[in-house]
Design a binder for this molecule. Structure first.
Ligand code: ZN
Ligand code: ZN
Length: 807
């Protein structure tokens, strides 16, 4: 490094207010929309529990931990008493100590047993990297008599056996439990017999369909452990979420105590909301395809109205780094991270030559030693700026940064606080800046600080009884140990019907002693924990190399024959999509145009499970079948010019899922100014924005959700807007939208109404995944439609209040 950041030389404490004032001056005036001050939190200490094993205490004490924060002690006491517990406290609040104190004490006590393993524990993390970090930290503690080991896909066969037979603490992931531990439980018998604790780290990650999978997996684990006489205590660690006890209860199927009061101290933080400036001219960056970042590229082909969050954050990062402010900038995708770091380096090259090397990109998937190297460079100060995806949440320890930039909404308030929590060192205030991306949710949030700061974090949404997830897990359970009548309640209300359906399909067989797996293949191979449905491999034609996979539903629209597909920053053309062979053959090269799939969608309402009326508006929730057929694709030049439409011959796909929908009579729409010919555009625009705003009320992102709108639906006989979970069987998002309907729709209306564009843009009603090329869209009609629905809702609310008062 030829140049040392000025501030580091002066040693002056970081002043977030003045740093922010510098960022918001000059040509960037007007972009800082709101500043929120987060007050400091005082430390609350607690005594070590009297029962802590002396060897465990000594190991922590010699590593510098001499007292506990209150939440650590509270969780440790509950777990020690055999109560299931979930800790939901902030980033860097030391949750691991909350489970390590009771777990390690029991394991070391158990080392005196005749078997040498009086107690065992299983630690599960969503990533291998996190488990590897944990084991490295445990080894550094050097507790005498403790045998801890990671057990994952990379563990060599010969080590596996030693681990099964000797390790007291096994650190693994859900995939390994599913594919290895449970199917081969006999080999794990001694470990399972002594199983005292199951630790589930980062448990907020298990939401939506992944959450349903984990819930089923943990029920299988509990059942198999019970067969060996064990009923382990579950200790879960979560980011701050709303109602963590309920989430943990759904995951484990057990009553769980929540520890939410964070006893660790925190310095004050200045949190800013930032809206990037408008693009100087419509084609200033060569249109959306010439945008320098590759992340916020709007695949609808419409020209964005303002600078992307990535470009803006790159500028802010360069300024902060030039000022010596240690900063991490979070982008939403890997491509965004590369673009952000690259653009920041270029800017630094102009204003502070020599400082380019002080900015790095963290791409995830790094080896532990590479990650340690990065941590070291940050600590030593040779690295001043880091761009990262939220992969950083899992597996790299950076603390003591001054500032955090968030390029685009990280999806949830929980993630926002988790990422912002990366900034802050003892004795110094910190800065966080949320930079809005060009979409309705981000636009709404920077203009509505109360939606960011005035509310607690979201509840985690998941459905442990999703039949599409549960059925194959029941089959896997039967393959592990025959299922009996007594097992059914563990798997929920519909378990019997699902088991009977599996018998009818010849997958299970009923015998006097229970239900048995009736096939010759492995039951667990039929379940993918991380997704749903079949996958299509993307194969490079020349080399036969598999570049990656894509789920079959997305394959139709993303890798159809003739599609231009960008994979990890490289452009490919799909020469052939073979659905039967589950491969898309690609050749590398950029033909100079982009492709956009066009599709037809329709839906059948299977049943209305719940509904309510707002005057003439009916809002419903229930199972639906959504039919989608990709019919053609467009080729577009970077200028936006369409150079051809090409038909495709792809089968219609049907998704059985859950949806929320609402209907409005034509005359009511006309009364609010939406004439009949304008209904399709108004409904379509409202649908797009509603999809974009759903993450405000549910922990989903827009790719988890789909929508269909129609001016006349055969099942309802009325104009209908439907928003559905994009996963078979549903994932809980649509139901959450139904429950929070007025909040959700109100925000959707406000997001569209407050957008400064004239006729609709990506920040309000255009969608990057529209199968109709964002046509028709009627922005004003959507505002009128949504205002009408909300007005009936207010009327319904006050009528209800009157009834309550009268009664
Ligand atoms: Zn707009
Ligand atoms: Zn659309």
């Amino acid at each position: 490094m030829s140049s040392t950041p000025e501030q580091r030389m002066s040693g002056a404490p970081f002043e977030p207010a003045s740093a922010l004032a510098r960022l918001a001056s000059g040509s960037r005036a007007g972009r800082l929309l709101h500043v929120h001050e987060v007050p400091a939190r005082q430390a609350r200490r607690a005594e070590w529990p009297s029962w802590v094993h002396p060897a465990v205490y000594a190991a922590f004490a010699s590593s510098g931990v001499t007292s506990l924060w209150s939440h650590q002690a509270q969780a440790a006491e509950l777990a020690r008493a055999g109560e299931h517990v979930v800790m939901a406290t902030g980033t860097a609040s030391g949750k691991s100590l909350g489970y390590l104190v009771p777990v390690l004490s029991s394991l070391v006590e158990g080392a005196d047993a005749p078997t040498g393993r009086g107690a065992t524990a299983l630690y599960l993390s969503p990533t291998k990297a996190l488990a590897a970090d944990q084991v490295a930290r445990l080894q550094a503690l050097a507790i005498p008599g403790l045998r801890a080991a990671t057990y994952d896909g990379d563990t060599p066969q010969e080590e596996r056996r030693w681990i099964r037979e000797h390790a007291q603490l096994v650190l693994s992931n859900p995939d390994l439990v599913h594919h290895s531990l449970l199917p081969q439980h006999q080999r794990w018998a001694p470990f399972l017999r002594a199983l005292r604790y199951v630790v589930i780290d980062e448990c907020h990650i298990y939401r939506g369909v992944f959450g349903s999978h984990l819930a089923a997996l943990l029920r299988r684990l509990r059942r198999v452990a019970a067969r060996y006489g064990a009923s382990p205590t579950f200790v879960l660690a979560s980011a701050t979420v709303r109602d963590p006890a309920l989430h943990a209860q759904r995951l484990t199927g057990l009553p769980v105590h929540a520890v939410e009061e964070d006893g660790s101290p925190r310095e004050a933080m200045t949190f800013a909301l930032w809206e990037p400036g408008d693009l100087p001219g419509r084609d200033a960056t060569g249109g959306p395809f010439g945008a320098p970042d590759g992340e916020d590229v709007d695949t609808s082909g419409e020209t964005p109205a303002r600078r992307s969050a990535t470009s803006e954050a790159a500028d802010l990062l360069a300024d902060l780094v030039a000022g010596g402010v240690q900063t991490v900038a979070f982008a939403r995708s890997r491509a965004g991270v590369e673009a952000l770091a690259g653009s920041a380096r270029r800017s630094l090259g102009e204003v502070a030559p020599g400082l380019e090397a002080a900015v790095a990109a963290y791409r995830g998937g790094y080896l532990p030693e590479e990650r340690r190297g990065l941590e070291r460079s940050l600590r030593e100060g040779s690295l001043v700026g880091l761009a990262a995806t939220n992969a950083l949440e899992l597996g790299i320890d950076i603390s003591g940064l001054d500032a955090v930039l968030l390029a685009g909404w990280p999806g949830t308030r929980a993630s926002l606080w988790q990422q912002a929590g990366r900034a802050g060192r003892a004795g110094t205030r910190s800065l966080a800046v949320f930079v809005a991306a060009d979409d309705p949710l981000d636009t709404y949030l920077v203009h509505h600080p109360e939606a960011v700061f005035g509310q607690s974090v979201e509840a985690t949404v998941m459905d442990p009884e999703n039949p599409h997830v549960l059925a194959p897990h029941l089959a896997a359970a039967a393959a592990e140990l025959p299922l009996t009548e007594a097992d059914l309640p563990l798997f929920g209300r519909d378990a019997r019907a699902l088991v009977e359906a599996l018998v009818a399909r010849g997958i299970l067989r009923r015998r006097p002693t229970g239900w048995y797996w009736a096939r010759t293949d492995r039951a667990t191979d039929h379940v993918s924990l991380r997704g749903s449905g079949e996958v299509v491999g993307i194969v490079e034609r020349r080399t036969g190399r598999v570049l990656g996979t894509i789920d079959e539903a997305s394959a139709h629209s993303q890798v159809h024959t003739g599609a231009v597909h960008v994979h990890q920053g490289e452009t490919y053309v799909v020469t052939d999509l073979d659905l039967e062979g589950r491969t898309a053959c690609v050749v590398r090269g950029d033909p100079g145009w982009s492709t956009f799939a066009q599709s037809d969608s329709a839906f059948d309402i299977v049943a209305t499970e719940r509904s309510f009326h707002w005057g003439p508006v009916t809002v419903s929730f229930g199972p639906v079948k959504v039919h989608t057929q990709v019919t053609s694709f467009l080729r577009r030049l970077p200028s936006g010019e369409i150079i051809g439409t090409h038909p495709l011959d792809l089968p219609r796909r049907t998704l059985s899922t859950k949806a929320v929908w609402w209907t409005m009579p034509v005359e009511v729409l006309e009364a609010c100014g939406v004439e009949e010919p304008d209904i399709p555009g108004a409904a379509h625009a409202a649908e797009h924005a509603a999809i974009g705003m759903l993450p405000l009320v549910a922990t989903s992102d827009r790719w988890d959700i789909g929508g269909v709108s129609t001016a006349l639906h055969p099942d309802t006989g009325l104009p209908t807007i439907l928003i559905y979970d994009g996963h078979p069987g549903g994932a809980g998002f649509a139901e959450r939208a139904f429950d929070a309907f007025s909040t959700w729709l109100g925000a959707t209306r406000d997001a569209i109404a407050s957008c400064g564009c004239e006729r609709g843009c990506p920040a309000c009603v255009q969608s990057p995944k529209c199968g109709n090329g964002n046509d028709p869209l009627d922005k004003a009609g959507a505002v009128a439609l949504l205002s009408m629905v909300l007005a009936w809702g207010e009327g319904a609310g006050s009528r209800k209040a009157q009834v309550t008062a009268a009664g």
